[in-house]
Design a protein around this ligand. Structure first.
Ligand code: PLP
Length: 429
């Protein structure tokens, strides 16, 4: 497989864009090769600048739940664009998207649109602080909630791969109010509550961790977290930027049967456009400006074109619940196939899955938290990634990211990927 054009584009990009990319994981740095530059995508396939075809398991890191360039995303978009693409004044479609979200998430009475997952979590934290009058909050090691300063402390996703879980530039003053607990360990949360009595505004958590590979929640952990936060007068924020509209139409909270106080969303709700949202109980949301004192704003928030693509996607998902069975079937099939291959080749690895979310770890440890995830062999992952790429599979270019599938992935795609996985593991063994 040739990557001549991608390599040349990467050299050009490096002259004008730091690291040649606009988001670090795209640089393929942790798998030790130049990235492929994308020309286009269709369905489950993505095509690079050299014309190579891959089955795509990144899917833009989640937004493309219907696959690449699905007609559904674009319904009525030409007309909407020609009417005007931003006004700085409200439009009807913003109400329709809000209604659709609130309908799917009974924990939300109101929702506000923003432009990214980062803005959603940053704003939710500010709102929780404004509502409770408390300054500290708890997050979990290895969970990623975007790149705002207070959340970039012991973070996940690209920060793990690049070895800077707490980024330079985040001041000690900012970081001191971010308390870090261990995922799936309620005692670590209780300890922080005991040490900071009456000072904790909120706990923010990925209900299924998807930024240190995939780490499913222990069945008692999330329920315990809900109970504990209620007892402490602390808000529980579910960061459903990945899990929202992916694990189920009603997200992880529907699957786990837990009502958080606030929820953050992103990715799928924009149908591939830059969108995020946060919402929750009315009494909390009414603290936001212009109703209340907690300031939050955005020139392009609720952008009508992004809203249209988001609404198209959400409407389709609502009308086609079989998408969720399909995603889970794909992930289940990958899990069974990869685990069989692992057994056959004797490679030290394991697949972890929760619903339609999955990840392949090169470790034999039980995966339950950040420390267990970090036992994975990233060098072997890099070799595995290259073997899979050369066989036409674009896997996540880092060990600590999840595998994304879409409604467009077929049984044949998955079967081929399982066969390629066997060949790749044999090449490693
Ligand atoms: N929260 C979670 C759980 C995420 O996975 C991400 C991004 O991957 C974010 C927040 C940040 O979203 P964005 O990249 O749109 O700013």
């Amino acid at each position: 497989m040739k990557h001549t054009k991608s390599t040349a584009l990467f050299e050009e990009a490096n002259r004008v864009i730091p690291g040649g990319v606009n988001s670090p994981v795209r640089a393929f740095q942790s798998v030790g090769m130049p990235p492929v530059f994308i020309d286009h995508g269709k369905g489950s396939k993505i095509y690079d600048a050299d014309g190579n075809e891959y089955t795509d398991y990144i899917c833009s890191w989640g937004p493309l739940i219907l696959g690449h360039a699905a007609d559904t995303y674009y319904d009525g978009i030409d007309e909407a664009l020609r009417k005007g693409n931003t006004y700085g004044a409200p439009t009807e479609i913003e109400i329709r998207v809000a209604e659709m979200i609130i309908d799917a998430y009974p924990s939300m009475d109101m929702v506000r649109m923003v432009n990214s997952g980062t803005e959603a979590t940053m704003s939710a934290i500010r709102l929780a602080r404004g509502y409770t009058g408390r300054e500290k909050f708890i997050k979990f090691e290895g969970c990623y909630h975007g790149h705002s300063d207070s959340l970039l402390v012991k973070s996940g996703s690209g920060t793990l791969t690049y070895g800077v879980p707490t980024s330079p530039g985040v001041t000690a003053g900012t970081a001191k109010d971010t308390l870090v607990a261990t995922y799936n360990d309620l005692d670590s949360v209780k300890k922080l509550f005991d040490e900071n009595k009456g000072e904790i505004a909120c706990v923010i958590v990925e209900p299924v961790a998807g930024n240190m590979g995939v780490v499913p929640p222990d069945s008692t952990f999330m329920k315990g977290l809900r109970k504990l936060t209620e007892e402490e007068g602390t808000l529980l924020i579910f960061d459903e930027v990945i899990t929202g509209f992916r694990l189920a139409f009603g997200g992880a909270q529907e699957v786990l049967g837990i009502k958080p106080d606030l929820t953050t969303l992103g990715k799928i709700i924009g149908g591939g456009m830059p969108v995020g949202a946060f919402g929750g109980r009315r009494d909390i949301m009414e603290k936001l400006s212009p109703l209340g004192p907690v300031y939050q704003a955005g020139t392009l928030s609720g952008n009508p074109i992004a809203m249209k693509m988001g609404l198209n996607t959400l409407t389709y998902l609502k009308e086609h619940p079989e998408v969720y069975t399909h995603l889970e079937d794909c992930a289940r099939q990958l899990e069974a196939g990869f685990n069989k291959n692992i057994k056959e080749t004797g490679v030290k690895a394991k697949m972890v899955r929760f619903g339609g979310m999955s990840a392949l770890f090169f470790t034999d440890q039980e995966i339950c938290d950040f420390n267990s995830v970090m036992t994975s062999d990233t060098k072997t992952y890099a070799k595995y990634f290259a073997e899979m790429l050369n066989r036409g599979n674009l896997m996540p270019p880092a060990q600590f990211e999840g595998i994304f599938v879409s409604a467009a992935h077929t049984k044949a795609d998955i079967e081929k990927t399982i066969a390629d996985n066997l060949a790749a593991l044999k090449a490693l063994a």
